[in-house]
Design a binder for this molecule. Structure first.
Ligand SMILES: Nc1ncnc2c1ncn2[C@@H]1O[C@H](COP(=O)(O)OP(=O)(O)OP(=O)(O)O)[C@@H](O)[C@H]1O
Ligand SMILES: [Mg+2]
Length: 334
């Protein structure tokens, strides 16, 4: 396996080889390479009769600057993939490139990554501030004010001993340490597990800011609302294989949205039944409700024959579509 041979010592030019358009090559140092790329990635745990194939030839590409959601049922292989990307596990076969580097051969790569483990465990008599300062030094120095600002946003008291913190408060430390050095790439394994809804919203904003700042985010999640609010693309993994990769915007356009139109006078709902993309039309006096998939053109033009007092269009819930992938694996493989 070619990935095994990388040397750890050779200094490479950091930005001199910047290229555009060359995103295909694995293991190249160029900035034009994807943030994450795996080819034929396999992981088999154990040996002989106890062998368990966790990943069965995973081909995954995450572009720089995108937020990529990694979804799939329990046991699908998400954590295994993430641990392989961090070189915490070694692949049984296949190749991995992270920020254009082989994670195995470049230990200093770790400083350019913010990683939150799915089983992020901290304990001890030290305070949160002490631990974060220690981890900050490992990352090559971190702005203390940024750490303090992150802690405040997450309502984390860093002066308290970690041993006295609740599970959720420990998870906050995990979030802070992943984001605090503004890494090029964030790899987050179920980042909001154990966090309350307010903190989940804070997390969504952190991810949106990271994206606005050009950082790349790769995260596994079971929280559909946070995926919908943050991700550009989602990959669905089942049984160690990539079942689908979808643009979230494409899913959004295909998803049903609920529409409610209030007219000045009652209208005949039959006018709306049969329009392109329109279904489940009901009327309640002057209010017509329906579901819409795709373009609103016919619906709007038909409504405009009457006096429209109000029009409500709900943001579509992607949860139903995601569930379909979880259960049946519909959709194309890319
Ligand atoms: N250390 C291990 N030894 C043996 N099998 C393992 C080990 N770690 C994971 N597995 C198996 O590999 C498969 C993938 O596990 P993994 O933890 O990657 O799933 P996951 O997608 O992260 O699931 P979850 O949503 O529950 O976190 C599972 O069948 C699991 O039982
Ligand atoms: Mg997991």
């Amino acid at each position: 396996m070619a990935a095994d041979t990388g040397a750890t010592s050779g200094a490479r030019p950091s930005s001199a080889t910047e290229t555009t358009g060359s995103r295909g090559g694995l293991l190249g140092p160029m900035r034009g390479t994807p943030a994450i790329q795996t080819q034929g990635l396999r992981k088999i745990y154990g040996h002989g009769k106890a062998a368990k194939t966790a990943l069965n030839g995973l081909d995954l590409t995450v572009e720089r600057g995108e937020v990529f959601g990694f979804l799939g049922p329990n046991g699908a292989g998400k954590t295994t993939t993430i641990r392989l990307l961090l070189d915490l596990l070694r692949p049984s076969a296949g190749r991995i490139s992270v920020l254009g580097e082989d994670p195995r051969s470049r230990p200093e790569l770790r400083r350019r990554i913010g990683y939150l483990a799915g089983d992020f465990v901290v304990d001890g008599r030290q305070t949160g501030a002490d631990l974060l300062a220690y981890l900050g030094r490992l990352r090559g120095g971190v702005d203390r004010e940024r750490v303090a600002a992150l802690a405040e946003r997450l309502d984390l008291d860093t002066s308290r001993r970690i041993s006295g913190l609740s599970k959720g408060n420990r998870q906050k430390i995990g979030v802070v340490q992943a984001f605090m050095h503004a890494p090029e790439l964030l790899i987050l394994d179920e980042p909001t597990s154990g966090l309350d809804p307010f903190l989940q919203q804070q997390f969504v904003e952190l991810v949106q800011e990271a994206k606005a700042g050009g950082q790349t985010v790769f995260m596994s999640s079971h929280v559909m609302s946070e995926v919908q609010a943050t991700c550009d693309r989602v990959g669905i993994i089942r049984g160690g294989e990539l079942a689908a990769v979808e643009q979230v915007e494409g899913l959004r356009q295909r998803a049903f949205r609920k529409i409610e139109i209030t007219f000045a006078q009652p209208v005949d709902p039959a006018e709306f039944a049969g329009l392109a993309g329109v279904s489940d039309v009901t009327a309640d006096g002057p209010v017509v409700r329906c579901r819409l998939a795709g373009t609103a053109d016919e619906l709007v033009k038909t409504a405009a024959r009457h006096t429209v007092v109000d029009l409500l269009s709900e943001e579509p819930e992607l949860e139903e579509l995601f569930f379909a992938y979880y259960a049946h694996g519909e959709g194309s493989r890319r």
